[in-house]
Write a protein that binds this ligand. Structure first.
Ligand SMILES: [Zn+2]
Length: 322
């Protein structure tokens, strides 16, 4: 699926469950082994577990060791620890997915720029002081679509990555990057398990595109080029920055439905545009319309509609009738 800063609660929960399951499989063998077969069982389980985890010396490795030692002393306690660990892994994955790698806007700077922009447009902000008050006033006089569109534009115009703090998850993704290439002025990073863990084939962050490590950039097929073109469109139009501005406004006024709907419209429009530009990019790279369409079907043909993405069939329809 071509998803950018999306995932949604549903796939977040799914990723969390999957992660919890993996933790159980990767860490359960020593505890189960010890419970069933004492020290001999523990040894067998630990070796099996290490093999499964490819001897990862990470937090996971530390957890395995702790579980192994606990299993030696008290097999019952190890099983409880295993359950807790699996639950924690699930929760961590769920929250990590929900936050997504992103950047944080400086709220104060944004609020000032936003007010300035509204006033330039002739919105009377007299008597309002906070961002929330300004947003409510603008919603009353210009409507939700205007409020959200301006929020995105202000963040796009004012964005300088150096003014933003990278979100925690952006750092966390670092060790999973297995390759860096350039595409135009953009950097393409191949990330281990992007599809499996984030539930997405591609991801766009300002001047960086993240794709799954399985993507072959040396010999790009229609699917890869469509994906790259799609994500490059998001990067070029700074859709990532727009989302930050929209989020700031939503946060200020507690995400009322009217603004959420307006945001969904904007997000869907960005996706249609990214699909169009992805299609053009793939055409330029020599793929036939039929190949590209098939790639689009493979990528998102039967996905449902989400807050960030229109339903797959609708996207395909738009692609075939530009
Ligand atoms: Zn997209």
């Amino acid at each position: 699926m071509v998803r950018v800063y999306d995932g949604g609660l549903k796939s977040s929960a799914r990723a969390g469950l999957q992660r919890a399951g993996e933790f159980f499989v990767e860490n359960g063998l020593p505890a189960v082994g010890a419970t069933v077969g004492g020290i001999g069982g523990l040894a067998v389980g630990t070796v099996g577990s290490a093999a499964l985890g490819n001897l990862k010396v990470t937090r996971m490795g530390a957890a395995q060791l702790a579980l192994g030692v606990t299993a030696l002393a008290a097999p019952g306690a190890a099983l409880i620890g295993l359950g807790l660990g699996a639950a924690l892994a699930g929760v961590l994955e769920g929250s990590a997915h929900w936050q997504r790698p992103s950047f944080q806007l400086d709220g104060k700077v944004f609020a000032q720029s936003y007010r300035r922009e509204l006033e330039k447009d002739g919105v009377d902000l007299s008597g309002t002081r906070t961002l929330a008050q300004a947003v409510r006033r603008a919603s009353e006089v210009r409507g939700a679509a205007y409020v959200m569109e301006r929020a995105g534009q202000v963040a796009k115009d004012g964005y300088r990555p150096e003014d933003m703090k990278a979100g925690l998850d952006f750092d966390r993704m670092g060790p999973r990057i297995v390759g860096r290439d350039t595409l135009g002025g953009l950097e393409v990073q191949r990330v281990t398990d992007l599809r499996k863990r984030e539930g997405t084939d591609g991801y766009s962050l300002f001047n960086t595109i993240l794709v799954d490590a399985g993507v072959n950039l040396a010999q790009p097929d229609a699917r890869t080029d469509f994906l790259l073109g799609h994500e490059a469109s998001h990067a070029r139009h700074r859709d990532c920055a727009a989302a930050l501005g929209e989020a700031a406004v939503l946060q200020a006024v507690g995400s009322p439905d009217s603004l959420l709907w307006a945001q969904q419209e904007l997000s869907h429009a960005q996706e249609y545009r990214a699909d169009q530009e992805g299609y053009q990019f793939a055409r330029q790279r020599g793929h036939s319309p039929e190949q590209i369409l098939q790639a689009a079907v493979d990528l998102f043909g039967n996905t449902g509609s989400s807050h960030h993405h229109p339903a797959g069939p609708k996207r395909l329809e738009r692609l075939t009738q530009p």
